[in-house]
Design a protein around this ligand. Structure first.
Ligand code: NFS
Length: 620
């Protein structure tokens, strides 16, 4: 059996969980085996109550559902629903941030001052909103309103698609996949997948691209850009990651989920002198706030707050026995957490009206009295410190230094204010290309192994890696986010990194921040006066599992970026759908998917693609 993780901290906590009689994600996966073969192939349908239906993959049984839907229709509909869910998740997060800016601008969210007014002004100017001699609040209000309109359906084309090279926009228009309103695309996708609406697999997948694009260039972009306005645009910052960042002598608070509206304020609340004093009165040396998953990335990027781990470590953090409270909001939070927490003293505190967890304590958070609630939450954690059971505490020693905070703006600054040095390095071949590595962990695969093997291989071949999400945390834990890691890169990349003092893997943020990667790719394409699909750029989600990752993969491909999936998506039950995603898409949007579980072979594919694009651009 493959090891569960390559991360020593994880492995030791998996052992401890077993000794403590705690069930984790790996046990639950084992209990599910064998997993449903129809589900794996994507050929079961529950969209109406004449079903559930399934298609016989061997051709001996039914080849259509009760309504007559074929494997192609069923697989394509399932893919489209996954995209809609993923796009909805990122975009609802984006809307939350836009609403916070709206309330902040109206003076109704006093704990959210606008931190980056120059970014606000730049976005306003981009959106055609007057900036001169206007009050920050007035500009912010208009920006918030205009971006909230991106969710509706009257615009016909999302504002931020202005950043896309003209060639690509023309292509989208020709294919009819220009993203219109974000809500419109998601609702239309749900409509089209209802029984008896869109039954043509190609038409369904085109709507999938349009919906995913409304995520990448809509919901995710809004989330990223307005988070920067409210909380500050990330700049290079140093810190530490892995479970070893938990402190035996302090109150440990782990922030898990996605929205910086929560995590950013909790970080501030935990510095409140009164609460720090309270912690001391309970026998703790202080309050230690750590992040987990993508909200961890948000506060890491902006404040250098330590990251306790990625997706598969959320239960393991509790298993250390040293976490007073895990505070959760939305997305990627395992419903199992309260069950795990029962075996220790940890409190699971849910905060979002959208995400409740049986067994958790609910302390609802909102933008109007954010700091007040944040302090209550921190106080609850502090008061739980005396309940810690020393005999249950075992914090792994593993922790690693990192450098993160590479927003597009920070990359530009590192390059001296223009993309030219990067473009020149690509032209000269000292950097052969750029690889984006994103997405989750998946317990079906050894934790972090694919992320790390794939990344290391590309670094050796002088490919600059940009990372977000759990993939970036994997790189961080293994030392690849340190400038010293340049020593692992090929000569060309190493020299560039060393001269700029940057790591060879640039941490660009959370999953919504993949939009930052889109902007950089667009900007490079515009500099070279080519389309994104002409660039020596690849993307990979080596260990993906979530529906958000499906949306991300599809918007990357529809934006012209060849994308490698390291875990097999449930599409193989339809030859036509598989064929369109892995080949046909190339003729349509100039990029396609590859499915490759082996990270070495995936790296080969990436390198081959980069070589091909370099040759086409006339670069050696
Ligand atoms: Ni993105 Fe995957 Fe979740 Fe972040 Fe991690 S699991 S799709 S990487 S935390 S959103």
């Amino acid at each position: 059996m493959a090891p569960k993780s390559v991360d020593k901290a994880s492995l030791s906590m998996i052992k401890k969980a077993a000794a403590d009689d705690v069930t984790t994600v790996w046990d639950r996966l084992a209990a599910q085996k064998p997993q449903c073969g129809f589900g794996k192939l994507g050929i079961c349908c529950r969209n109406c109550n004449m079903g559930p239906c399934r298609i016989d993959p061997f051709g001996n049984g039914p080849q259509e559902g009760v309504c007559g839907a074929t494997a192609d229709t069923i697989v394509a509909r399932n893919v489209l629903r996954a995209i809609a869910s993923g796009a909805a998740s990122h975009s609802d997060h984006g809307r939350g941030i836009a609403m916070t800016l709206y309330h902040a601008a109206k003076g109704e969210a006093k704990d959210y001052p606008i931190k980056d007014t120059s970014k606000l002004k730049a976005i306003a100017a981009e959106l055609g909103i007057a900036v001169d001699d206007r009050k920050t609040e007035d500009i912010a209000l208009e920006v918030a309103k205009q971006l909230l309109e991106e969710f509706g359906c009257l615009k016909g084309r999302l504002d931020f698609t202005n950043r896309v090279p003209a060639k690509r926009r023309e292509l989208w228009a020709k294919l009819g996949i220009t993203p219109r309103g974000i809500d419109q695309e998601v609702i239309e996708s749900m409509h089209r997948t209802h029984i008896g609406v869109d039954n043509d697999y190609a038409s369904l997948l085109l709507q999938g691209m349009r919906t995913a694009l409304s995520d990448g260039w809509g919901g995710s972009t809004i989330a990223t850009e307005l988070s920067d306005v409210l909380f500050g645009t990330p700049q290079p910052v140093k810190g530490q990651s892995n479970l070893g960042v938990l402190r035996e002598d302090q109150v440990n608070i782990v922030l898990h989920g996605h929205e910086p509206t929560l995590s950013d304020v909790i970080v501030a609340a935990a510095r409140d002198p009164e609460l720090v004093e309270l912690a001391k009165s309970k026998g703790a040396a202080g309050i230690n706030v750590c992040g987990m998953c993508c909200t961890g990335n948000e506060i890491l990027m902006r404040h250098g707050v330590p990251v306790a781990g990625n997706f598969l470590q959320q239960e393991l953090a509790i298993v250390t026995g040293a976490v007073e409270a895990m505070i959760v909001d939305i997305q990627c939070i395992m419903p199992a957490l309260p069950q795990v927490a029962k075996c220790y003293h940890t409190k699971i505190i849910s905060t979002s009206p959208k995400a409740k967890f049986p067994g958790a304590e609910h302390m609802e958070f909102n933008e109007h009295n954010a700091m007040e609630v944040a302090k209550d939450i921190v106080r609850a954690a502090v008061e739980n410190f005396p309940n810690r059971r020393p005999e249950k505490v075992n914090i792994p020693s593993e922790k690693m230094e990192y450098m993160a905070g590479f927003s597009a703006e920070a990359i530009l600054a590192a390059l001296g204010g223009s993309l030219d040095p990067l473009v020149d390095a690509i032209k000269a071949g000292s950097i052969k290309g750029i690889a984006a590595i994103v997405g989750c962990n998946n317990p079906k695969y050894t934790q972090d192994r694919s992320h790390l093997n794939y990344t290391r291989r590309l670094l050796k071949e002088d490919v600059l890696v940009v990372a977000t999400g759990c993939a970036a945390i994997a790189c961080g834990k293994d030392g690849l986010l340190r400038p010293e890691a340049a020593a692992e890169a090929g000569h060309g990349l190493r020299a560039v990194c060393e001269s700029l003092g940057i790591p060879p893997v640039l941490h660009m943020g959370s999953c919504v921040d993949i939009s930052r990667i889109l902007f950089v790719a667009s900007a490079i394409a515009n500099t070279l006066n080519v389309d994104i699909s002409d660039l020596p750029v690849v993307a990979a989600a080596p260990e993906w599992m979530s529906e958000k990752a499906v949306s991300i993969g599809v918007y990357a491909v529809a934006s012209g970026i060849f994308t490698i999936l390291g875990t097999v998506p449930p599409v193989l039950g339809s030859k036509k759908v598989t064929e369109l995603l892995t080949k046909g898409a190339e003729d349509m949007v100039g990029a396609a998917f590859a499915i490759e579980e082996d990270p070495e072979k995936a790296a080969d594919l990436a390198l081959k693609h980069i070589a091909k694009k370099r040759a086409a651009l006339g670069l050696s």
